[in-house]
Design a protein around this ligand. Structure first.
Ligand code: COD
Ligand code: ZN
Length: 382
């Protein structure tokens, strides 16, 4: 346990990075963390990486009532204690947190076709799934959660369905990337699109998510992986993950979809939206070919939430497919991704541009706002 935390009557007092309002710098505050309720576990967070959606939600003015709030959802940690009824975990287990759970008993979990768990789906109201309450307090006030994970705290409570056990041999300071963005990118390519050998792939946005699509497309034997990004610095990094060609839409004389159609003889086999801009969905759809072209969306929209496109793009046989967390069911599927990382079959280390101590967490937010990082891994005190 860290020197700054203490235990009493089941409540742990420790430090958390608290956001007091949209876009306001996080303050390291002393918070109280409740013991885990039934079917929940309390975790000592070891490492947590900053995901674009933490920043998007922190900046958003859409839910001003959900402050003070603790963000963070890409995390690795060690189980500190378990609530009533938990048999899957025990204190000392190493885990990854996940922002969509798998209850393994609802219609979707039982279908084997979906990761849209009806009980532990994406939590947007800043509370725990089971009782719509929070497990944190600061200065006597409840602190809202984010995605029912809230990993920017030395300790956090999650539902046992929102954590996945990993081997103690796995590097916690890198495996946390598989909690969200990297797994989402790999799943979109392997599970949702199911890219076949020799395919032509276009990726809009070469952040961590887009680069994860690229590495997964490369491993499937895609013949061309075209990266589209307004930041020219992304091409060098892209090459490391298999990007074979780069297009900067701001330097194109024609709309980027026209350029792509020209260089691919009528459009790519697959395109992926990894920017979080709903306007790009139509661009991506127009960049893939008639007949079998497929566009997969991964981005969580930053502003406008509606999409619009000409119906002709569907009439001509293209498919528009949505995805969340790459279609992975966390408990059923994530362990095999962790194993692939351990065997060197998935690149994570190359996506980490900064290792940052917890005290400097605002630096990670600044780097992501400026677009000058891929993943920043935040290290909690030992
Ligand atoms: N044209 C081309 N490229 C652009 C444009 C544009 N108009 N605008 C921005 N870009 C580039 C940026 O230069 C950057 O390189 C890239 O797009 C975006 O990358 P990042 O680093 O900002 O973000 P990522 O890669 O971490 O991914 C962010 C998504 C926007 C895809 C985000 O929605 C996400 O993480 N989605 C997948 C994970 C998920 O399912 N999350 C749900 C709950 S957390
Ligand atoms: Zn995320």
């Amino acid at each position: 346990m860290s020197s700054s935390s203490s235990k009493s009557a089941g409540v742990i007092t420790c430090r958390a990075a608290v956001a007091w309002g949209p876009g306001q710098p996080l303050l390291l505050e002393e918070v109280e963390v409740d013991p885990p309720s039934a079917m929940e576990i309390r975790i000592k967070v070891v490492c947590t990486s900053l995901c674009r959606s933490d920043v998007t939600q922190w900046q958003s003015q859409a839910q001003p009532d959900l402050f003070p709030r603790i963000f963070g959802h890409e995390a690795s940690g060690i189980v500190e204690s378990v609530g009533e009824g938990v048999t899957e975990f025990q204190a000392g287990d190493h885990v990854l947190t996940v922002f969509i759970g798998e209850c393994q008993s609802c219609k979707h979990c039982e279908s084997g076709k979906s990761n849209m768990c009806q009980k532990l789906g994406l939590e947007r109201r800043g509370v725990m799934h089971s009782d719509q309450k929070t497990r944190f307090r600061v200065k006597g006030k409840p602190v809202y959660h984010y995605c029912a994970v809230s990993s920017f705290s030395e300790y956090t409570v999650v539902h046992s369905g929102c954590a996945v056990k990993i081997s103690p041999d796995v590097r916690m300071e890198r495996a946390c990337l598989l909690s969200c963005g990297v797994a989402a990118g790999i799943g979109a390519a392997w599970k949702v699109a199911d890219i076949s050998k020799g395919s032509t792939v276009v990726i809009f946005g070469l952040g961590t998510v887009g680069l994860s699509v690229a590495q997964a497309a490369k491993s499937r034997g895609a013949s061309r992986i075209i990266g589209v990004d307004i930041n020219p610095e992304k091409y060098e990094k892209g090459k490391v993950f298999g990007v074979t060609e780069y297009i900067n839409p701001e330097e194109c004389k024609e709309p980027v979809q026209q350029v792509i159609k020209q260089i691919t003889d009528g459009g790519a086999d697959y395109s992926f939206e990894c920017i979080g801009d709903t306007n790009i969905v139509s661009t991506a759809l127009q960049s893939c070919c008639d007949g079998w072209g497929m566009t997969v969306t991964l981005g969580v929209p930053k502003t406008k939430t509606e999409i619009s496109t000409h119906y002709a793009f569907l009439l001509t046989g293209r498919t528009l497919k949505g995805s969340l967390f790459g279609g992975w069911r966390p408990k059923s599927d994530l362990p095999s991704l962790v194993e692939k990382y351990s065997k060197g079959e998935i690149q994570l280390d190359e996506l980490v541009t900064h290792d940052i101590p917890f005290e400097s967490i605002n630096e990670a937010f600044n780097l992501m706002k400026e677009g000058s990082c891929l993943r920043c891994v935040i290290h909690m005190p030992k």
